[in-house]
Design a protein around this ligand. Sequence first.
Ligand SMILES: Cc1cc2nc3c(=O)[nH]c(=O)nc-3n(C[C@H](O)[C@H](O)[C@H](O)COP(=O)(O)O)c2cc1C
Length: 188
Amino acid sequence: MYDKIHLIIKYRGAHMDINEILKDTKIMTGPFPELDKKEHGNPFSHFYEWYTHALENRTAEPNSMVLSTVSQNNTADSRVVLLKAMDDEGLYFETGKFREKVLQLTHNSSVALNFYWREQGRQVRIKGTAELTTDISHVADNLDAAVRDLNAYKTFPSEIEFYQALNEGGYARLLYKLTDGKWECNWL
Ligand SMILES: Cc1cc2nc3c(=O)[nH]c(=O)nc-3n(C[C@H](O)[C@H](O)[C@H](O)COP(=O)(O)O)c2cc1C
């Protein structure tokens, strides 16, 4: 039998149960951009539009993303990293050579990336593989790895989902999938 433990903390001068505070925490407070119905030929151009929109509309640090990896013991791991560059194949991030994620990516290249742009009510979810890359001359201006001893990774997406909260409530999701080398997209 599990005895429920109440975590009581001081909040705004009163003692409250953390679960009361969680229940009352507001989410998805708009106004958000109107529903973007446009389907692009590939998800990268969709991403560029949403990224620049976020940047022009007071979204804090839209280049920070959660990178999820698989550990050597097949457990999940995640952390925030910065999106440093992009091209029409993938997204670049970089890290120190002796970091845990380097070991994990050597063992298993599967990754997920997640951008949450709260001010826009938008989330972009990416599944794919991240490869250590030295082919960075076309993005060298963006990467510290061009001048410092860092590992640069390129994430090759196989799926990208664009999620947007709607002002009237609910949400819409558009999923791009790479199938036989071509991007197809569907509303979920
Ligand atoms: C806003 C923000 C940006 C970050 N950017 C990076 C980054 O670009 N590269 C990186 O290796 N770590 C970055 N970090 C630190 C990582 O979240 C993480 O703590 C560190 O890389 C160690 O992760 P690991 O032990 O899984 O390798 C950032 C953290 C924050 C909060």
